[in-house]
Design a protein around this ligand. Sequence first.
Ligand SMILES: Nc1ncnc2c1ncn2[C@@H]1O[C@H](COP(=O)(O)OP(=O)(O)OP(=O)(O)O)[C@@H](O)[C@H]1O
Ligand SMILES: [Mg+2]
Length: 262
Amino acid sequence: MLAAETVQVPLLEVEGLFKGLHKEDGTLEVLQDVFLEVGPGEIIGVVGPSGCGKSTLFNALAGLIPIDRGRIRLNGQEVPNIRGQVAYMQQKDLLLPWRTALDNAILGMEIQGLKKSRARKEAMEILKFFGLEGFQDRYPHELSGGMRQRVALMRTILCRKKILLLDEPFGALDAITRLMLQRWLLRVWMRFRPSILLITHDVDEALILTDRIYVMSLRPATIKRVVPVELERPRSATEKPLIDRKAELLRLLEEEIVETET
Ligand SMILES: Nc1ncnc2c1ncn2[C@@H]1O[C@H](COP(=O)(O)OP(=O)(O)OP(=O)(O)O)[C@@H](O)[C@H]1O
Ligand SMILES: [Mg+2]
């Protein structure tokens, strides 16, 4: 019997995206002909040299800044950005110092118009899963770096969006805490199954977590290579196929350093 052919439309498609940022002395061309594709429940990595435009890409996708040119499609439909469908965890820790962990976690829900009491109840239900049980009334300065990042991630998850944009979520943490949070992020992903776009400067992190890695070039940044990972999870950084891909990624990134020096 012939199976009906199903043509899967990607959840998110970006094509030919250009973005320049205005500076006093003119326009800085940041993104040039950027493309990417994200399927439902996929984890996608974005790596590239510092200052190449990774955060700018996320800002544009989230609708914080308009794009100059290009197409963004959500479920095949062209949209100006994906603001309504996305929860964005920005590069810097954006916890409000005057709010408790719990009230920071519900911020996104409150912005969406949910009543505080209802939002708090929902957040309390998943507090344990985020390893924050008993810490709900603490203020950010009373929490460890890893806990603060978990509060920020909890807030992102509680927005209940299909797509998460995570900009270096574990960047500022020590190696062990980062490893723990990476494992824990996979558990979160298995439970809620969002599509995740993850910016990281840590090649091992990209290889351990993602299905596919987009490597960006120096500014004006374009996608210079797409590296499929496609290995069973959980993964270990010491597996041979992972080591091979790591060598390829490092080589791609090193090429960008050489270009800066010459
Ligand atoms: N609001 C802005 N106005 C003008 N220029 C900006 C603005 N924000 C960022 N830039 C510049 O645009 C370029 C891209 O910045 P962006 O933050 O997207 O890079 P990035 O790849 O995320 O870097 P990093 O890895 O250091 O986080 C940089 O040269 C930066 O100085
Ligand atoms: Mg950045």
